[in-house]
Design a binder for this molecule. Structure first.
Ligand code: SAH
Ligand code: DHB
Ligand code: MG
Length: 221
């Protein structure tokens, strides 16, 4: 099958199950206007993240890698009254655009965007003994995914879900090039996740609007 067909089917699924969404469309427009990369999750994966959070009744959600807040808004929509989301972003510009989009979506009170390297922010959260998160979405720099796994496992509880984006990378994960730190990180992360006795996990590959990639889904034992 061709990429064109995958794209058409992604559009068909999006039209059926997501439909027009002015808030999310404005978030993507803000991403483009700010000259930021077009690397947010697809609408289909966004709805999937939302449904995972709803399915477990997540009240506390943690995200690594905010960009302009597109996936953040999908996840925030799953929160019950009183629920909160913390999202970690390295680039101050991205965080600024995200805060505007998150406020426009009505979540300024419930979403905190923390600027800094995720590994440092996570270490601070662990040192503070922050309450565990019910769902963690890992979508920041892929070379640090193995380290992020160890860190977020200290901020979860049995039954928490960990979802990590971009772990297939168009197949590059099978044999990462020497200069492709992101695919090497994804490969090391998948191997670590598969072997880690603290979780049970799987990787799902995806085709469609964001080409060929995939996500890992893990449940903390
Ligand atoms: N989750 C977003 C997309 C995130 S793109 C969505 O689907 O809408 C990856 C983001 O991770 C970028 O904004 C990038 O600036 C950020 N990032 C890169 N390195 C990081 C780090 N060390 N700590 C935190 N964020 C980082
Ligand atoms: C990149 C990051 C992502 O989170 C993504 O979904 C696609 C690409 C990247 O930085 O290359
Ligand atoms: Mg991603």
């Amino acid at each position: 099958m061709s990429q064109k067909l995958y794209d058409r089917i992604d559009g068909y699924i999006e039209q059926l199950f997501v439909g027009d969404d002015p808030v999310l469309a404005a978030t993507i427009a803000a991403t483009h206007k700010a000259g930021m990369p077009d690397i947010q999750v697809s609408a289909v994966l966004g709805k999937f993240l939302y449904l995972q959070a709803r399915a477990i009744g997540a009240r506390r959600i943690l995200e690594l890698g905010t960009l302009a807040g597109y996936s953040t808004i999908w996840l925030a929509r799953a929160l019950p009254p009183g629920g909160t989301l913390v999202t970690l972003e390295y680039a101050a510009q991205h965080a600024g655009v995200a805060r505007q989009s998150i406020a426009a979506a009505g979540f300024a009170e419930r979403v905190e965007v923390v600027v800094g390297a995720a590994s440092e922010t996570l270490a601070q959260m662990i040192a503070r003994a922050d309450a565990p998160f019910d769902l963690v979405f890992i979508d920041a720099d892929k070379d640090n995914y193995p380290a992020y796994l160890d860190l977020v496992l200290q901020l979860t509880r049995p039954g928490s879900l960990i979802i990590a984006d971009n772990v297939v990378r168009g197949g590059d994960v099978l044999a990462p090039a020497a200069d492709d730190a992101y695919s090497q990180g994804a490969r090391a992360f998948n191997a670590k996740l598969a072997a880690d006795p603290r979780v049970e996990a799987i990787v799902m590959q995806l085709v469609g609007a964001k080409h060929h990639d995939g996500f890992a889904l893990a449940r903390v034992k």
